[in-house]
Design a protein around this ligand. Structure first.
Ligand code: G6P
Length: 366
């Protein structure tokens, strides 16, 4: 490839470290002085957002996880949202509510299932299609009515990292735009915009914790299975963390919404089951902590990523503390240590980090 790894051992690591920069890029010209610069989306896009009463998100893989986070955000902003993997959506009959916007999310813009779902949606009564995409000249951008570009630059590692976080940034911008249409005050807008403004710096700070994450990885690498737990938007963050681990370390990992633990996965928990969990300072914290208590009672080994304000009253755990994270962008920040954890576990296991077995960067055939 013409793009080199610079001082990094792998493209994936390089791409993880590029995140503060590419997040800034994705925000460039789109926010200013506590305001969303909606005009930067283009007139066609803002007109489509004016009409949108419901959003149907379609994507695959990591991009699907970004969509799942956005669902929490959009509904918080007052707009209903469904999210589905493209390979399912394209082959089923869908009932499309009036005023529905079709939103695809894709790094490559060439994923066959996502493209087919978009094409199939044309006869289903959508008000229009918007793609959140990383490749300007891609098929999805060409075939969609409008697009909002992530500006992650070329991503080479098969396991997506910077494409995912920039998708979340773009989706957060769309959240603000939709919230504006549902009674967002300018004070509230300022808070949301300032959270985004602070994000590159916060990601920078988390990246400096790599040594601690590497230590955690050491205790992780001999495991056969892992559970990733989260609640609210941190559930899809957990799904993405589990996917990263599966993809590059070949450890079987599964994500669960922490409240579902008692409905099955708790039966798997014993001394040999590592459990990874994000503990942001949010309204569901107490509930997550009591879920983790259940894990400890069965001997499960805890690997936590917590907000510095959170008090953890558990008998044994490893914890990485994150400071000064804002609620609106916390899912983005917490994704970073999970990427690094997967990377360092894979390094120890000696797998082909950038080109994991059986996987392709872009799946252009069904
Ligand atoms: C492949 C890649 C994943 C990616 C998915 C969707 O499976 O290995 O990293 O998330 O395709 O790709 P897209 O380009 O549509 O985001």
């Amino acid at each position: 490839s013409s793009i080199d790894k610079g001082p990094y051992e792998h493209y994936m690591l390089k791409e993880i470290y590029e995140q503060p920069g590419v997040i800034s890029e994705t925000l460039e010209g789109r926010i200013h002085n506590g305001r969303l610069l909606e005009a930067s989306f283009g007139h066609e896009t803002t007109a489509l957002l004016d009409k949108a009463k419901h959003v149907q998100i379609i994507a695959c893989g990591t991009s699907y996880h970004a969509g799942l986070v956005a669902k929490y955000w959009f509904e918080e902003a007052g707009i209903s949202c469904n999210v589905e993997v493209a390979s399912e959506y394209r082959y089923r009959k869908a009932v499309v509510p009036q005023g529905s916007l079709l939103m695809t999310i894709s790094q490559s813009g060439e994923t066959a299932d996502t493209l087919a779902a978009l094409k199939g949606s044309r006869s289903q009564g959508y008000i229009g299609s918007l793609t959140v995409c990383n490749v300007p000249e891609s098929s999805l951008v060409r075939e969609s009515d409008v697009s909002l570009m992530t500006r992650a630059g070329t991503e080479i590692g098969v396991a997506s990292t910077k494409a995912f976080t920039t998708q979340l940034v773009a989706l957060r911008l769309l959240t603000i735009a939709l919230a504006r249409r549902n009674g967002l005050t300018s004070e509230q807008e300022e808070v949301m915009v300032n959270e985004l403004d602070a994000l590159p710096r916060q990601v920078e700070v988390v990246l400096q914790l790599a040594d601690e994450i590497q230590m955690m990885a050491g205790d992780f690498s001999d495991k056969q299975n892992a559970l990733f737990l989260g609640r609210g938007p941190f559930y899809p963050v957990a799904m993405e963390g589990a996917l990263k681990l599966k993809e590059i370390s070949y450890i079987h990992a599964e994500a669960y919404p922490a409240g579902e633990l008692k409905h099955g996965p708790l039966a798997l928990v014993d001394e040999s089951m590592p459990v990874v969990c994000a503990l942001p300072d949010d309204p569901l914290l107490e509930k997550v902590l009591s879920n983790l208590q259940e894990v400890r009672a069965r001997g499960g080994e805890l690997f936590l990523f917590s907000d510095h304000k959170v008090e953890i009253d558990l008998d044994r755990y490893q914890n990485l503390m994150l400071s000064d994270i804002y609620p609106g962008t916390a899912p983005i920040v917490y994704s970073i240590p999970l990427q690094l954890l997967a990377y360092h576990v894979a390094l120890i296991k000696g797998t082909d980090v950038d080109q994991p077995r059986n996987l392709a960067k872009s799946v252009t055939v069904e």
